[in-house]
Design a protein around this ligand. Sequence first.
Ligand SMILES: [Zn+2]
Length: 409
Amino acid sequence: MSYLRKLGVRVVTILLMLGSIPLSTYQAQGQGGVEVENATVAVDFGKTITFAAKIKSPLPIQQVSLLFRGVREDVTRVETVQVAEDGSVSFTYDASLNMFPPFSQIVFWFQATLADNQTYTSAPITFPYNDSRFPWRDTTRSNVTVHWYAGDDAFGAAALDAAGAGMLAMNEFIPISLTEPVNIYIYSNISDLQNTLMLGGEEWVGGHASPELGVVLVAVAPGTSQSMELETEIPHELAHVMLYRSLGSKYLSQPAWLLEGIASMVELYPNPDYARALEIASENNSLLAFEDLCASFPADAGNAYLAYAQSQSFVTYIRETYGTTGLGRLTNSYGDGFPCELGATNALGTPLSQLDSRWRESVLGQNTTGVAARNLFPFILLMILVLVVPIWGAIDMLRQRRKRAKESE
Ligand SMILES: [Zn+2]
């Protein structure tokens, strides 16, 4: 960890002066309430969060608790804090063990029990939990802000251009928001990025989006391949954010192959390695079934890569076959809670497994007649029943008629 210090790690202190916070809530319980003064938060990203304040009250203080949580979390952490004679409190939270997502917001407040046995609650204070280990620079255009610490001004401008081009590309089939802010953080290497995500409690490779936070993290080093990487990674992760914003809570019920397929489709450079991966897997008969890519992608790197390649090709095929409206019906169908196989039937009239074999046939040139026959089997069976039952009925009727004719003879 010492190398971080050499890079000039700073502990950023966010001073939150009480003056900017409405005071009325502090005296919510009438006379004898508490006041919180000089509340400060010092974030040492991934290590500690130190809360400090001065609690002022007209009555002696029995006990003070600090309460805090991520603004999007349900669980509130509660810590009893020691109060000095002058009302000062301080608490250091171990952020290496109990992690918050990077670039999320944390809210905290105090509860004080006074000599009158009443508990008073202070107003909540929100602060950003940012990765403060790097000397971030930033530039903004419209609602997009790019943050980076390696590379010159032109690097930041190129990143903004990539974001703009990505928005333009996805605008055809994802409603894009130009008002709600998006923050793109560009790490200069993959290990800085992975390190950050692990500090946020998540391990991942490549880019990452926290769509609910409007935050995108990518790893791109300044250099000759910077524009290609920026124009691949930024549009992909931005697509996740825009999809989340247009689908809301329905985003969570989308199959992984659909979300990743759409996001991969807006990458501005087609990945030549994807085509090769598909070719090899098709030849070796090791393609993954899309039914198995609904809940999540495989954990191992090789199959995860193949899953991205397949999803991009598959969603492109769906878009070319059923159009942008078909793609929209598909996200609506999954958003309405249809299961993976039937969501496709509901939206496109074809179950997922059958779409899968049609894709293999028309895009990868596989002979899927066997698969098609298997898919058709239930229909053939139904046809037999539909045709055979009336025939039996007819035969039976004839027999009865003959029998009656004989009886009347
Ligand atoms: Zn993705």
